[in-house]
Unconditional design. Structure first.
Lengths: 245, 53, 229
């Protein structure tokens, strides 16, 4: 019930933040309307990083405590994170085309890092489906999530150097999107979008966690069912054997 | 103003995608809960049958 | 000190066992190197006969060939254990798991080094790149790249060796992880061949060292969990 209230709050907040970002906040002087995409784009990227941090932490927690609930949290983080990563990339492309003139800018460290992030955690999700035993799956997934999380800063640095050592950046830094002409309004719009997306994130994390727990219960019941079926057939067999001679 | 189309595409996919994922997740969850209840019932009847024999 | 020496002895013994198995075995090293050289030859076909373009792309192609060959190498080092049921015995030995990891990683790094060392002359001949002049920085790059790849590869091969669809899962998990290694190794190779005109060689080698250290620590810390299951 509490989760449902959170869901409604998230719905209202996203609707309000979207209307605000699209119609109420003025357009940027340099980038015009394209800048409006930055609000959901930055919020998505931020939540993607948060999700993967949760996955790594829950994975470490599982390795220490051996509690499958922590593994369910790790799974929820990875799946929700992959979705937000995809949104962040899409938003970046839709912003890059009008502002930079291209969908994809190889020398932008964030875009390139985010693309690798998507590959890393899509692989994590695929990997999880290929192991059946819940504890084995949880331990292996924890290792994958941990190494992936460690890799992210290395990727980021390497791509920054890739650009930085080569030649001066030819394109304006994306962090300067908050143009000083009307900073408080833009910052407020971004913060509003971030708050709204964080509410949605919390709702989705809870629901995905519940789904993982329910599916695990089904697996467990299936196993129990198979065991009792085997027992029954064994009993029937032994009865017929006794009756045979 | 072709820029506007990029803005619409950006918001449309992100907000629409969020909605689609939320709905799909809700459907997966309710289906899983039904299946869980059904299987639990089957297992219980199977185990009582064992005891009966 | 004595504990460290004991671990080193265990690691060396495991690495020696793997090396012996490879040398006496089915010449798998030879076929992996042949495969990687074949990849280099096919890149030549794919990019056409323009020798200038080939020379320009050579460092990237070389490291891609090393990565592809390396995927086969690290997978095989665990596969041959799992095939004979030796991995279970390895897990039962009352030794530190980090020493086991170090031994497997050492064997992997040795095989990678052999692969890299043999592919460099192939690239020099096929693509007409003058590699001989800058042999020292190139050797350092190959050593660092091999260690880093083996550090990740040993952990991930241990992870996937008893899984369904491991042939697909290993590259799928590993390729994004080694992306910064590939980037740094290619950039270091380019800089070394050109005589380091921008003074960036040191930075890329530093990145490789950082990658190696971080991944060795991560692998050593987690390998025990993988042997357990």
């Amino acid at each position: 019930m509490k989760t449902r209230i959170l869901g409604f709050a998230a719905l209202l907040a996203v609707a309000a933040a979207t209307v605000n970002g699209l119609f109420i906040v003025p357009a940027d002087l340099n980038q015009g309307d394209a800048q409006r995409i930055m609000y959901p784009h930055v919020a998505s990227a931020w939540l993607a990083y948060l999700s993967f941090g949760v996955t790594a932490m829950a994975g470490i927690g599982y390795l220490v405590r051996r509690d499958l609930r922590l593994d369910a949290i790790a799974l929820a983080g990875a799946e929700v994170g992959v979705m937000f990563t995809a949104f962040a990339i899409w938003g970046g492309m839709m912003w890059g085309r009008p502002v930079w003139g291209v969908f994809w800018q190889w020398e932008d460290p964030r875009l390139t890092t985010t693309a690798l992030l998507l590959a890393l955690y899509a692989g994590y999700l695929l990997f999880r489906r290929l192991t059946d035993d819940p504890h084995r799956r949880a331990a292996r997934a924890a290792v994958v999530g941990l190494i992936a999380a460690i890799d992210i800063p290395i990727v980021h640095f390497s791509v920054i150097w890739w650009r930085g050592l080569h030649q001066g950046p030819t394109i304006g830094d994306p962090s300067k999107i908050l143009n000083p002409s009307a900073p408080p309004l833009f910052v407020l719009a971004l913060m509003g979008m971030l708050a709204a997306f964080t509410l949605v994130w919390g709702y989705l994390m809870i629901r995905r966690y519940q789904l993982a727990r329910t599916e695990w219960q089904i697996e467990e019941h299936g196993r129990l069912g198979r065991i009792s079926a085997a027992r029954r057939s064994f009993i029937t067999e032994s009865i017929t054997e006794e009756a045979a001679p | 103003m072709s820029e506007v189309w990029f803005v619409i595409a950006g918001y449309g996919v992100i907000v629409g995608g969020l909605a689609a994922y939320t709905l799909a997740l809700g459907r997966r969850l309710s289906r899983a809960r039904q299946a869980s209840l059904r299987i639990r019932g089957e297992v219980e009847s199977a185990t009582t049958a064992d005891v009966g024999e | 000190m004595s504990a460290l020496r004991r671990h080193a002895t265990i690691a060396l013994a495991i690495a020696r066992k793997d090396a012996l198995a490879e040398l006496r075995g089915r010449q798998a090293v030879g076929s992996t190197i042949f495969f990687a050289a074949l990849v280099l030859l096919l890149f030549g076909f794919a990019l056409g006969p323009d020798s200038g373009r080939l020379a320009e792309a050579a460092p990237g192609l070389l490291w891609l060939a090393i990565v592809f060959g390396g995927l086969l190498t690290v997978a095989r080092l665990h596969q041959m254990e799992a095939d004979d049921g030796a991995l279970e015995q390895l897990a039962l030995y009352p030794v530190d798991r980090r020493a086991v990891y170090a031994g497997k990683a050492l064997a992997g790094a040795g095989a990678m080094l052999l692969l890299g060392g043999l592919l460099f002359p192939v690239v020099a001949i096929l693509y007409g790149v003058p590699l001989g002049a800058a042999w020292l920085p190139l050797a350092v790059t190959v050593v660092l790249g091999s260690v880093g790849f083996a550090a990740v590869g040993t952990a991930y091969a241990g992870l996937t060796v008893r899984m369904r669809a491991r042939e697909v899962m290993l590259p799928l998990l590993m390729l994004p992880i080694v992306a910064p290694l590939l980037l740094a190794a290619v950039k270091a190779t380019v800089a070394a061949v050109a005589g380091d005109p921008f003074g960036e060689l040191g930075a890329w080698l530093q990145l490789l060292v950082g990658f190696d250290i971080v991944m060795l620590i991560a692998g050593a810390a987690t390998y025990g969990f993988l042997l357990e299951d």
